[in-house]
Design a protein around this ligand. Structure first.
Ligand code: GLY
Length: 246
């Protein structure tokens, strides 16, 4: 995403792994913003993108074990409905999920954003999260700045999280102020459960930045002229006992 007029996305891909490359082609070569499912795969074929198996052997084995009821493999009861299975998967195994959100500013000062995810384990077929929806998992407005979100997409989607962050900055908030506004809105809008997590990165158009999360465990990677380093979130809504807040 470069701007409200210049963005592209794909979701529910079945045959192609290079989602961000394909999203960029939607942005550059079609009049559309989002292509989904079989149509997105057909577009990828037409653009000459390679097909691939989206399920790793490890993930396939775990899923098949879950179907067979091997709780030792997954620690998830196959009798649970999808919502409960997702919650146990996220909350008990504490496995990091795989959403990646990136905001970059080039040497000419142009901001671009990208976001990619496989979504959630044990989701219902057809579920789409926040990542491919402009204004939810990612938003960039070159007049103001950008925001990317990771974590429980259903929470982000209900409040248009990335759009809300950019709009907070448009109203004069700093990146940290925008992070706090989004996380506090989440707290007001939902009854947050232990398995819920949302991480947010916000960058203003001139490059100042902040990040935050509902809980600890989220970190941002910063790459600039001085190198690459990890930055802890400036704001954690529900910090553990030893964490303090700015
Ligand atoms: N944030 C990724 C997802 O919910 O699918």
């Amino acid at each position: 995403m470069l701007s409200p007029r210049n963005c592209g996305a794909v979701c529910a891909l079945g045959e192609h792994a290079d989602a961000i490359d394909l999203a960029r082609l939607v942005m550059e070569r079609t009049p559309h913003v989002i292509l989904a499912g079989a149509g997105a795969d057909s577009f990828a074929d037409a653009q000459g993108m390679p097909r691939g198996d989206l399920l790793s052997e490890t993930a396939r084995a775990r899923w098949q074990g879950w179907l067979r009821g091997e709780k030792s493999v997954l620690h998830v009861d196959p009798g649970l409905d999808s919502r409960a299975a997702m919650a146990k998967s996220l909350g008990e195994r504490h496995e990091p999920h795989d959403t990646i959100g990136v905001l970059a500013i080039d040497g000419l000062g142009v901001m671009a954003g990208a976001c990619s995810t496989s979504g959630l384990a044990y989701k219902l077929p057809g579920r789409v999260g926040d990542s491919p929806i402009p204004g939810h998992g990612l938003y960039v407005d070159p007049e103001v700045g950008g925001a990317v979100a990771t974590g429980t997409g259903e929470l982000v989607m209900g409040i248009c999280g990335s759009f809300l962050a950019v709009e907070a900055m448009r109203r004069g908030a700093s990146p940290l102020g925008a992070v706090k506004e989004v996380l506090e809105r989440l707290d007001a809008a939902y009854s947050l459960e232990p398995e819920h997590q949302v991480g947010l990165i916000v960058v203003a158009r001139e490059g100042s930045r902040s990040s935050g999360a509902i809980r600890s465990g989220f970190a941002m990677v910063v790459a600039d002229d001085e190198g690459v380093h990890l930055e802890a979130p400036e704001f954690v809504l529900r910090p553990g006992p030893k964490e303090s807040q700015p």
